[in-house]
Design a protein around this ligand. Structure first.
Ligand code: TZP
Ligand code: MG
Length: 253
């Protein structure tokens, strides 16, 4: 794989906007999957997708939902996504505003699922787009280089296309069948590995993952794991997040 632009790594410091050149270089250089992000309100947010928590508010009253989100953050979630499929634009923005207030306290970047407008409205740190959402290149133009663009990919060619279009990270799966409402297919660990080796940006595994079934990911150079139910529906989202992060770090060795 060849790359046409060379980032200035010596000057890649806190405040450097994340973009895929910088991401790639730091990814290769550090191998630690921690990246520079940008300075926000005087604080520093790292992009670290080791434990990427994706929400599902459907079964919960607002207070319970926000409590669970905060518990998950207290448990060590490193990146989070607000994923809403059945809300009006106004409701989505209202909820995102509340969730962003919480995620900021923990310095964890908030990614908005599906909706560039909602992300911009609440000045969240990024947006996650799949194959049926706004095209990645269009989204990148709209959001600029200071926001995170996540993409869903289940095939190597799609992963490469997403990277070329400006994606900062990829979500790949479902690795296991999932109880979360989503239109998806099973992605083999082999395909996941192929994708990891085909793109220089962080790749996260997703789909039915919990600490008891993550061993299959051992040896695959993923940046992290995503979870909805394992954290959202747990008796203690805090404990669930702690356990999941611990297990991920274990399998990474
Ligand atoms: N994309 C692929 S699988 C999935 C998404 C959004 C849902 C993952 O949810 P869970 O509950 O962690 O299986
Ligand atoms: Mg989507």
């Amino acid at each position: 794989m060849t790359f046409d632009r060379e980032p200035d790594l010596d000057n890649a410091n806190v405040g450097t906007p994340i973009n895929y050149d910088i991401t790639r270089k730091l990814f290769e250089k550090s191998g630690s999957f921690r990246f520079l992000f940008y300075r926000e309100l005087g604080g520093i947010m790292d992009f670290n997708s080791e434990l990427y928590f994706i929400t599902d508010s459907t079964p919960y009253e607002l207070d319970e939902f926000l409590f669970r989100v905060e518990e998950a953050l207290r448990g060590g979630v490193t990146l989070m996504q607000l994923r809403e499929k059945n809300r009006t634009t106004r409701e989505y923005i209202e909820l995102a505003t509340k969730v962003h207030e919480i995620s900021r306290k923990y310095n964890v970047p908030l990614i908005i699922d599906d909706r560039v407008d909602v992300m911009l409205a609440v000045d969240a740190e990024g947006v996650h787009l799949g194959a049926e959402d706004m095209e990645w290149s269009t989204a990148r133009k709209i959001i600029g280089d200071n926001k995170i663009l996540g993409a869903t990919a289940k095939k190597v060619d799609v992963a490469k296309a997403a990277y070329e279009a400006g994606a900062d990270y990829l979500g790949v799966g479902a690795i296991y069948p999932t109880t979360t409402k989503v239109k998806t297919i099973i992605t083999s660990v082999e395909t996941l590995n192929d994708i990891v080796n085909a793109v220089p940006i962080p790749v996260n595994a997703i789909g039915g993952l919990n600490p008891s079934n993550m061993d299959v990911l051992k040896g695959v150079n993923i940046a992290g794991v995503c979870a909805v139910s394992a954290i959202m529906k747990a008796d203690s989202p805090k404990l669930a997040a702690e356990n999941m992060l611990k297990k991920f770090r274990e399998i990474k060795g």
